[in-house]
Structures are given as C-alpha cells and as structure tokens.
Design a protein around this ligand. Sequence first.
Ligand code: AMP
Length: 419
Amino acid sequence: MQTLDNFNFKGQKAFVRVDFNVPLDEKFNITDDTRIRAAIPTLKKILADGGSIILGSHLGRPKGVDGKYSLQHILPRISELLGVKVEFANDSLGKEAAEKSAALQPGQVLLLENLRFYAAEEGKPRGLADDASDEEKAAAKKAEKANQKEMAKQLASYATVYVNDAFGTAHRAHASTAIIADYFDAGHKTFGYLMQNEIDAVEKVLKDTARPFTAIMGGSKVSSKIDIIENLLTKVDNLIIAGGMTYTFAKALGGKIGDSICEDDKLDLALSLIRKAKDSKVNLVLAVDAKAADAFSNDANTQFVPVDKIPDGWEGMDIGPETEKLFAKVIESSKTILWNGPTGVFEFDNFAGGSAAVGAAIVRATENGAFSLVGGGDSVACVNKFGIADKMSYVSTGGGALLEFIEGKELPGIKAIRG
Ligand code: AMP
C-alpha cells in the first residue's frame, strides 16, 4: 500500500479529501479549528514535495446549494494556517472547478465548494415526495447512485493522486470519501497523516493490545453503545460502565434509582451484557455510589448515595467518591485504555468531578507507560475542559467513524484505499 511519506508529490496534483466540517457561530466565525489544524501536516508535505492540492470537504448538512454552508467562510483560516493563499472554486463539479484545477501550478492550493451541495456526494436522493411509491424510491436511489459514480469520476479527473485525510467521514461510502478511490490505481491513492494516525491508534488498542486493557464507557444511553460494548466484551479485560447508563444497569439489578435517567426497555439487555461479561471473563465494573441531585441543574441540592438507593425526587448526575476510587484503581493498573463518554453531566461543573477523576487516573496510567485513546461522543470536549488532552496518548478527531471502527465495522473510507 502506498503511504504519504513514500510518495513524492513533485509535479503531481493531489485531490485531498479533508474533514473541514468545523463549527461556526451565527456570524460564520470558526469557533473550533481543530479539524483544519489536524490536516495541515498532510497538506504541507504535499506542497513541500512540489505538488499542488485540490481540497474537497463538506460543511454541515445542506439540502442543496446554500450560502450558509459555503466553504468560503473558512477559506481565510485555511490560508492562514497553511501559510499559502488558497484559491476558491464556487463549485465542485462545474466548469470553474475543472478549469481552476487544470490551471493549478506546483505549490498552489484550490478549495472546492461544499461537496454536499450535490446529493450525489452522499448518493442519497433528495426531495422525494412523502407519498412516493416504493418503485419510485428505488428508481431515485438507483439514479442517485449512478450520479454518485459520475461525481466521483469528475472529482478524480482533476487530480493525478488521491489522498484521504477525512477520518471523521471514513464511515461513509460517499463520492469523495470512498467511490473516488476506484479511479486511481493502488500506487496513486493513500491516507493522509491524520487518517493514518487514527487508524494506527485504534489498531494499537484493538489488535496490538498491551494488557490489561480497560475500556471506560460513559455517556447517556446504553442503546447508543450496545454494539461497541458487545464488541469490546470480546477484547477487554476490564469494562467500566459509567454515565447515564449506570442507572439502567442498577435498576436491572433490582436497585432503586429515583428519577435517574433510565432506559426501561433495555433492562434485559443490561442483564444479558452482565452475563456475557461473566461468560467472557471480563471484569465488568459498575458504579457503587452516585452524586445525586434534586433537579437537573448545576445549582441543585446534592447528596452522595449508594447507586441502588437513590431516593425518589433525586437523580444520579455523576459518580460518587467510592466509585471514583474503584475506577481509578482499575485504570491505574491498565496498560491500554479506551475512554468514550463522560461519567456524569460534565457540562455542569458540579457534576464534572467524576469525569475529571477518571481523566486524572488515565493521565497517571499514561505517565506510567499505558497507551490511552480518547474519542467519540463528548469525550473530547471532556478532556479539553479539564486541560488534559495533550496528556493522553491519542485523542481522536472522529465521532461516529471512531465508534464504528471500534465496533469492528469495516469503514468504507479505509477499505477504499487499503482494499
Ligand atoms: P455521549 O454523547 O453518549 O458520550 O453522551 C454524553 C452525554 O451524556 C453528556 O451530555 C452528559 O451530560 C450525558 N450524561 C452523562 N451522565 C449522565 C447522567 N447521569 N444523567 C444524564 N445525562 C448524563
């Protein structure tokens, strides 16, 4: 397989799929440019070799051409971070995109307009009438798939080499993230540094695992984490369950959880996960106490209570001190750590203590030689809030892509290049 470092971009035109789907405020100022910064090393390598770059990205979820989602809003920041004046094409498929790509000289960079202005990027029909028949839906789907191939072919025609550095969309089989790769031979398509680093980090955790391996799964709901938990049960030594999921498990085990968040239709599932953990000899670690509140508010009254004895009118908003100690002990004895999801409502400072304690334990373990991967959901916001992101071994930029990768699914964006 081709790698970015092995490829000499001199005289080449690279179509680089990046994930510049950055958050913007109402005045279109970028509020977090992490995703742009993350792609800069790849872009600099191509330019340093003497290549030119055609940048493709999506921004938001436009339903068609919509100025609100124009990539022009982020053009100045890309130029600033890259240190090169980036040109812009008001389109990604039209004459302007083709002409400006053709005119690119070594060292130059062109940003195409939002790829999702076209339904073909995602390959899903838009604007189908609600009462469309199944035949009509199937025909529209087929037509859009054909359009998707055409779009991929057109984008590919601008360049001599394809680089995918958009890990955030690697779980999507879109025109520019996967289908386009079919139009380049194996020697002319490769991952960017960011994508390669993400893949290496996940594979270090799941394939090349130093043991003991501990996963900390937090967040709000069991239902959104079932597939990951089931896959992890075949891989980890310790599985720590935290966050809102705690109370579904506590209730399933016969506990009294007051007004805590709970998925009553997932009680059986919680019990079956407990059984599976036992069968797989995985040490399932559940919270023993909670910081309960009498309202869902930072200013609510609080008390520490056993997780199975939460009074009515109170809800578990974070783990308690006994649980912090229990989790820290497991984490600090680990050599591989995966953290996905906070232990409580970390957005409220009064309920961020458990997540901060877990973060601190991971920092200590990492300093002692463990490999720690943080990502998905709100975990990244969490480590940023506590100022410990640079103390983790790797903080993923991927949300859904990371979770699907950990679930064991084959990601189209990775398969397209690696085969
Ligand atoms: P996720 O996106 O699945 O990682 O979920 C993160 C969300 O779970 C955050 O917004 C937290 O506020 C929320 N959360 C964590 N613990 C609790 C809890 N005990 N009760 C309600 N929400 C929670």
